[in-house]
Write a protein that binds this ligand. Structure first.
Ligand code: NAD
Length: 477
């Protein structure tokens, strides 16, 4: 089936080439997608521009909202089919794939309802003048998303972009995009006019690079690695196109001696094993106060050794890593840590019956990780937890902020004043206190500080990000 949606019509890539789609459970190809070219991207941008100037641009915010709300209903109706596509593409456990589809539907429900609630402002100004701030769509928006939560990422970016009135050209990941094709088809079925959403599959260095460098886009939304994020920012710069960058993380979970450890333990384990650790907001650093380190790390190790990895149908805690490149990267981090003498305290188990060819990795807990070790600073993007100890509150804050990233922080303490003090000093876009929401919360603004990126997604604030403002001043005397 052709995988390019341009101007409301599905077609093949202009170069006639395809890319194999690999099942991460056995490393075997099971389908193919079109390898979109710069010419295809150009056609998609032109279609989006025509939609902005035509039927799509004429719709009221309420009408746009109704289409998105209808899409939410269709997603719920096709939920099982989308979950099955997603788990085959990514290897996710069945219940996780199902939960992801619930989240996608929620994105369309949320932004469908929010579309006509982005109000402008009246600005107090000189006598005889009426000054207003109005929100307008950017125009043609380029969206590039990664492979870790393909369906959720589609909802998180496409729904608010369309709600705000933009036309979209989406380049999903070549490593996992099958659910996006189904979701795009459902949006067409929901009544989206041709050209409002265009989807071009293909490689990042070809279709992706052509999209972000295209002179007729007005905004770019990128989610992925810091390295590619920097390239995207460089390629949009010559055309002065603004962008949102949602990049990686090395998020700390800080456990103080007065924490409710029973409550913290399962959440800490889930925050790093969910989606096999391939979550940008995974809680990948565990910082434990010295006075309880020995006692708590034993409990963490015991729980960690019970984590099970399996195929989607087994529906255990973790599935495989999504692709070979990432599998080798994660294995590289684990092997290097062992070689350099970092204590491997516990490992999860890969279930019998998993193919040896599949990209399965046993989750690993490392203890007493030296503060300057790469495991303490670099993003693994896999099920690897690095535990370290800290002396007191000040030491905890210094250690938590001691990476280039700043996406999410978790704080575990029953002391209210400390909760407020530490939260204030976290260099991260989200802070969770006595809870942790890796990847969760459609309503919660999300985004990074430092090398985790800039701009905010999710929540109502995403509508503002996908809009520009205009100040209109009328002299009425
Ligand atoms: P990646 O940066 O390699 O690829 C992301 C997307 O960018 C893909 O669609 C790819 O095709 C495209 N791309 C690659 N080169 C490009 C180029 N030159 N120009 C334009 N597009 C290009 O990342 P990945 O391997 O797919 O995902 C893993 C990374 O993404 C991790 O570092 C992770 O932390 C990050 N991530 C961040 C968030 C977040 O919200 N902060 C969410 C998910 C993943």
């Amino acid at each position: 089936m052709p995988s390019l949606l341009i101007n409301g019509t599905w077609g093949s890539a202009s170069g006639g080439q395809t890319i194999e789609v690999i099942n991460p459970c056995d490393a075997k190809p099971y389908a193919s997608i079109d390898r979109g070219t710069p010419e295809d991207i150009d056609r998609a941008v032109k279609a989006a521009r025509a939609a902005m100037d035509g039927a799509w641009g004429q719709l009221t915010a309420t009408e746009r909202g109704r289409i998105l709300t209808k899409a939410a209903t269709l997603i719920v109706q096709h939920a099982e089919e989308i979950a099955q596509i997603e788990l085959r593409d990514t290897g996710k456990p069945l219940s996780v794939a199902r939960a992801d589809v619930v989240a996608v539907a929620r994105y369309f429900e949320y932004y469908g309802g929010a579309a006509d609630k982005l109000h402008g402002k009246q600005i107090p100004y000189l006598n005889g003048y009426n000054a207003q701030l109005v929100y307008e769509p950017h125009g043609v928006v380029a969206i590039i998303i990664p492979w870790n939560y393909p369906a959720q990422m589609f909802g998180r970016t496409v729904a608010p972009a369309l709600a705000a009135g933009n036309a979209v050209v989406l380049k999903p990941s070549e490593d996992a995009c099958m659910s996006g094709l189904k979701l795009a088809a459902l949006l067409v079925e929901a009544g989206l006019p041709p050209g409002a959403l265009n989807l071009v599959t293909g490689y990042g260095h070809e279709a992706g690079a052509a999209l972000t460098a295209h002179p007729d886009i007005n905004y770019a939304s990128f989610t992925g690695s810091p390295e590619v994020g920097a390239m995207v920012q460089q390629s949009t710069a010559p055309n002065a196109v603004p962008c949102t960058l949602e990049l990686g993380g090395k998020s700390p979970q800080i456990v103080f001696e007065d924490a409710d450890l029973d409550k913290a333990l399962p959440i800490i384990i889930k925050a790093i094993t969910q989606n096999a650790g391939q979550t940008c907001s995974a809680g990948s650093r565990l910082l434990i106060q010295q006075s309880i380190y020995d006692q708590f790390i034993k409990r963490v190790a015991e729980a960690f050794s019970k984590v099970k990895v399996g195929t989607p149908e087994m529906d255990f805690d973790c599935g495989p890593i999504v692709n070979r490149k990432q599998y080798e990267r994660v294995r590289g981090f684990i092997d290097d840590a062992v070689k350099t003498g970092v204590p491997l305290l516990a490992e999860g188990k890969v279930a019998d019956g998993c193919s040896k060819e599949g990209y399965f990795v046993a989750p690993a807990l490392f203890g007493a990780v030296p503060r300057d070790h790469r495991l303490a600073c670099q993003e693994v993007f896999g099920p690897v937890l690095s535990a370290m100890s800290f002396k007191d509150e000040e030491d905890a804050i210094q250690l938590a902020n001691a990476t280039e990233y700043g996406l999410v922080s978790g704080i575990w303490t029953e002391n209210g004043a400390r909760q407020a003090r530490v939260a204030k000093r976290m260099q991260s876009g989200q802070v969770f206190i006595n809870c942790y929401g890796a990847g969760g919360g459609v309503e919660l603004p999300f985004g990074g500080m430092k090398k985790s990126g800039h701009g905010r997604e999710k929540g109502f604030i995403a509508l503002e990000e996908f809009s520009t403002t205009k100040t209109v001043v009328l002299h009425h005397g």
